[in-house]
Design a protein. Structure first.
Length: 104
């Protein structure tokens, strides 16, 4: 339920990777519900989590991904150092860290 979603993210139970996944969330639903879900998503991403914790967790996830799934080739533009995955991590981490300051 939407209430459980809100309490999970507001209560601090969510892991950083779960919050990062929310940055890519897209709402599919009827009129009326979309504004409630958007408000819940915005609140979940702006939850009071220390910026250093978000950055630390994201860096650890990126290091683990690099270790467990190496690019293997200079031409792997998704997984190589400086590739698309790093841009995605940077954007998602920035959205979570700066989201509180930038939200209306």
């Amino acid at each position: 339920s939407l209430g459980r979603f809100e309490s999970y993210y507001q209560g601090g139970e969510a892991w950083t990777w779960e919050r990062m996944a929310l940055t890519r969330a897209r709402i599919v639903g009827g009129q009326g519900l979309d504004s409630e879900v958007r408000a819940a998503l915005d609140a979940a991403m702006a939850c009071d989590v220390a910026a250093r914790d978000i950055r630390r967790d994201a860096a650890a996830m990126r290091a683990r991904l690099e270790r467990d799934k190496p690019a293997g080739s200079l031409w792997n533009l998704k997984l190589r150092t400086g590739g698309l995955i790093e841009i995605e991590f940077l954007a998602q981490t920035g959205q979570l860290v700066l989201g509180r300051r930038l939200s209306p």
